[in-house]
Design a protein. Structure first.
Ligand SMILES: [Cu+2]
Length: 119
């Protein structure tokens, strides 16, 4: 009796392994989809101002600055550690937020244009 039971267990074990092997390729993409997708924030540059002027973000979030004016602007960190570069009218630039970005920023062409990234 015992050897039979062992054999049956072995068969069940192999079947479980075979089923796992068959399902695994389909479960991996599901786990990949469970990764949190980064939040995308939009900052409009319009009428010589950043909107919103104060944006709450988390590291890993993405920020897209869109220049809706008819003159070029930039979004440049106060300490110049990051920046969008020159954004012509209707141009946009996207930057992924890092820990060092929680500070003020401004426009290189119009230093009175100021805004802040906060956590
Ligand atoms: Cu500007």
């Amino acid at each position: 009796m015992r050897p039979m039971k062992m054999q049956r267990r072995e068969v069940v074990g192999w079947m479980a392994a075979a089923i796992a092997a068959a399902i695994l390729p389909f479960t991996i993409p599901v786990f990949a989809q469970m990764q949190p997708t980064p939040t995308v924030h939009i900052v409009d540059i319009q009428d010589f101002a950043f909107a919103p002027k104060m944006l709450k973000v988390e590291p890993g979030d993405r920020i897209t600055w869109i220049n809706k004016d008819i003159v070029p602007h930039t979004a440049t960190a106060n300490d110049k550690s990051w920046g969008t570069g020159n954004l012509k009218p209707n141009q946009s630039s996207t930057i992924t937020v890092t820990k060092g970005m929680f500070d003020g920023y401004f426009c290189r062409f119009h230093p009175s244009m100021k805004a802040t990234l906060a956590q």
